[in-house]
Design a protein around this ligand. Sequence first.
Ligand SMILES: Cc1ncc(COP(=O)(O)O)c(C=O)c1O
Length: 342
Amino acid sequence: MTGRKSFGSDNHTGAHPAVLRAMMEVNSGDAVAYGADEWTQRVTGRLCEMFGADGGAFLVLNGSGANVLGLSVLLRRHEAVICATSAHINTDESAAPERLLGTKLLAVPTPDGKLTPELIAAQLAGRGDEHFAQPGVVAVTQSTELGTSYTLAELRKIADFCRASDLRVFLDGARLANAVAYLDCSLAEIAECADVLTFGGTKNGAVGAEALIVMGGSMAADVPYLRKQQTQLASKMRFVAAQFGALIEDELWRGNAAQANAMARRLADGARDVDGVEIVYPVQANAVFARLRPRQIAALQRDWTFHVWDERESMVRWMTAFDTSDGDVDAFLAGIRATAAA
Ligand SMILES: Cc1ncc(COP(=O)(O)O)c(C=O)c1O
């Protein structure tokens, strides 16, 4: 670490003080385990209201676990998942869905991390042929791994197409808060377009807390058993619930996401005009993807932490978080400008 703000990941940031205070508050006395405590009951009930979910909200410990659990609720044993090649389930989970669920990911290249009905339709050619893995679920990420967000209209089109095509929709919402803040919409408006979705707390200011939201009542019965089988049932659940409790209060999650998004925009706007810098994707959440000259990347890496996303393309990813400040961005921008001048 450099001691400077990291632009490497929204996982590099610490927890929001309100989250830590909430964990301290539930730390007095004993409470029943495995989610039967009053805090978990209250928080999961509130999450169901916020999402308009009839099936339930199930708290888990990390995003990959939430994704595998969510897919396991939706998939039949012979079914495959259509997703973007850039999807976290495809690139960053050590093949957990394939390994643990025995499914096949049908990964589709996209220009911006977003699937469309046309891209999904092109994966359905083998339907009805027993020799092909049968697509059963479409997995979208909102906001995407490339820092873009689906509009509500785009999500509705996908949902309509999937409902007409006997496909279920899974939404990876590790950064759902950022998309909702960007679109200035409600969680329920997004949730209407999915059958099962995740709501990420960790990147939004939690220590480690994610929620699986099951929209339909008929799908929920198996979830407690699947969560336990997949080792995602926390015994001291009140501490997970407390984190979400803090994020839900006065919509702290929205404020945190809006701050992260605003800092990404500030960074992109400042970097756009720097010689040798090209902003690659629309900045619609808290990530900025930029192309720089290799020597600029190397110079910047001496003082700053960020990911080289694609070395051949000379593309980097800069991420902001709820605690990124104007000053952090401006200092980083000064560093970027210095690489152009050098
Ligand atoms: C889109 C997306 N989904 C899910 C995750 C969950 O990851 P983890 O298992 O590290 O909590 C991440 C984390 O980077 C992510 O970016």
